[in-house]
Write a protein that binds this ligand. Sequence first.
Ligand code: PEP
Ligand code: MG
Length: 786
Amino acid sequence: MLADVAEVVSRSHDLEETLANVTELVAKRLDADVCSIYTVDTAQQRLTLSSTIGLDPNSVGRVTLEMGEGLVGKTASQGEPIAIEHALADPHFLYFPETKEERYESFLSAPLIVQGVVIGVIVIQTVEARRFDEPDIELLQTCASLLAPVVVNAQLLAMMSASDEDRAQLVGEISSSGVVKTRAPKSPRAEKNVMLRGLATARGVAIGPVFRLDREMDLERIEYVPSQDLVQEQADIKEALSEARREIADMREVVRDRFGPEFAAVFHAQIQILEDKGFVQNVTQAVEQTHNARDALASVLETYRRTFDRIEDPYFRERGVDIADVGQRVMAKLLGVRDHIEPMKAGSVVVVDQLLPALFAQVEMDKVSAIIAEHGGQTSHGVIFARTLEIPSVTGVAGILEEAREGEAAIVDGATGTVYLSPDELLTREFEQAQHRYEVAVEHLDAMRERPAETLDGKRIRLSANAGLLADLRLVEKHGAEGVGLFRTELLALAHRGFPSEEEQQQLYNRVVEFLDPRSVTIRTLDLGGDKGIPNIGLDDEENPQLGCRSIRLALENRPAFRAQLRAILRASARGRVRLLLPMISGLAELREAKALIDETRTELTREGSAYDPDLKVGIMIEVPSAAITARVLAEECDFFSIGTNDLTQYTLAVDRGNEKVAHLYDSLHPAVLQLIHLTVLAADDAGIPVSICGEMATNPLAVPILVGLGIGELSGTPASVPVVKEIIRALDVGEVEADARAALAARTAAEVHVIAATRLRSAGLVDHPDIGGWLGQLLDEALAN
Ligand code: PEP
Ligand code: MG
């Protein structure tokens, strides 16, 4: 179905054609005699027949109904599908003679919903009586959910073509969005081995050519001399449009292959813009008027931008982001910024301002060998994704954007936070050897993946891994994790720039659950906001996003999106071992509200006859100090705790986890954080529920003895760290680390805790370990130096 939608988008050039292609596709897919689409005019609250296959084509645009009127109106007002075998006899059936509808016996409809708003209804009808079963209804609903955004985009583009005021006005400024490659206008570097330091963020060594990704490209500054010849200008803009289209289509392929089709959907909207007859016409007409392709494109984009800015609904307004993004791409093509289309070289070292999660949805990650960011701390979400994908990274490297030249060689040492630009041969060789040693150590540990994570005195610790992409699951298996202790679901939303539909989520979760079976997966509901902001959820204006409407708060504000996710998780739970995790709970009221929604979802699924695990466990993250302090109360009403030490540290110490300026204050081994973990473990033990750690602390070698000593039974972290943590656990004695934990709780500073932990790791003989001893020794030296 996703492939079919992509195909419809590629061959539709305006609203009418899009709707016609959609109805044709659905009629074929569902083997129906009629397929019609009714669209909602929100101002008038009426539905109009906008396209049909099977009914009299002359009735298009003429048949209109009120919301709630007839079966179609009822579908729109209740926001749910309707299936009727004998529609003609139904009291709600409303007959419009102009449609010649009396021949059709059975009726099935589904609402087209975008961001919780009904924007239309899709209907199929059959001549022969047909009892629509659950799979038919589900298929039409899937069609509806995938096609609704396509219809909205077509409507918006149609609206744009209609408003041609201001077109002649030339406006230079183009708002840019998304990641755009810049050229670094620098002279070649004479000096070698330029060293810069930042925060050691994701382990590993990489050597490769620099690939700069700057968020803004100032196309204004690039000179453009129009040709004297209008025909040539027209040809140039046409070429730029089709090059941009090719490029987007290529990206769509890459993303689809790497992350799955549901991640590629974001590119449909962009292709739709470039295929849109109105958009292309506006641009060509403007070229005719101005004889200057650049000015023409700039003015059309500006008109579109202004029109979008005037749309009140924030969701629809934000669709303007796609136009700006596409416009920027076309402009780059026109101005001959050819670097933009040059594919990234394999093994590239990506240089960015900030390591944002969206990067992973936009860039060919399999060609990235390392990431260097000018700003950022060690536990921001982008960093976590890098670590999960095992991409060595260094953040907070002041001066890297100024220094790094496109294409020059760079060495990144993610373990020490060191970056070298233009290294000489000697240095390169030294690092190649280090890289080799690291790879051999990891391979060696992986080979012992079947050994249990058990202390010397026989206490078994469960070691699982965190994941957020299908690609991560391979690593979960490779490094011998026992399951996924935290599946972050935000990437899909980031790739979509909005809340994904139930179907898209379900496809992803099903694959995750099936891949892992019989191992379990803990799926966390959307944790957006904070540093994981996306444009379509209207959060841009928050002054203090980390304390704002993020995570569970955002989910509770966006009920339809939250429900869609709960349904997808519950339905996936029928296929394997799933647990559901609620992020950022700060008190009982939030937990109760979320649980009430989960219960409603269960009832709904039972009523529909959809399968789910009736014993699905619902747990909460303890990542806000108030939750840790009141853990006893919360433990009464949930099935498990998962301590998110990344946020717990940020909120306890009031240290932004993404700000390199305060990174030296960010320490999960601070006694205050340990006290909160201790409180949580005591409450969980008393209530008889399991407690795990799923923050980065779980795989910090220094933290492992303390956490085991505090009584944590499960650690979940970056997959690649699992073998190292296992080696550490296998060298510990519970009696000894319990004493360490008591000492750590009584410590006055984080530095004192470091000494306690480092002493334990040394006395356990881990610095002599043949595989990890070398870097562990270095790590302990550094920890003690701080
Ligand atoms: C945490 O806060 O520790 C956590 C695991 O969640 P995230 O890093 O996704 O905020
Ligand atoms: Mg968190």
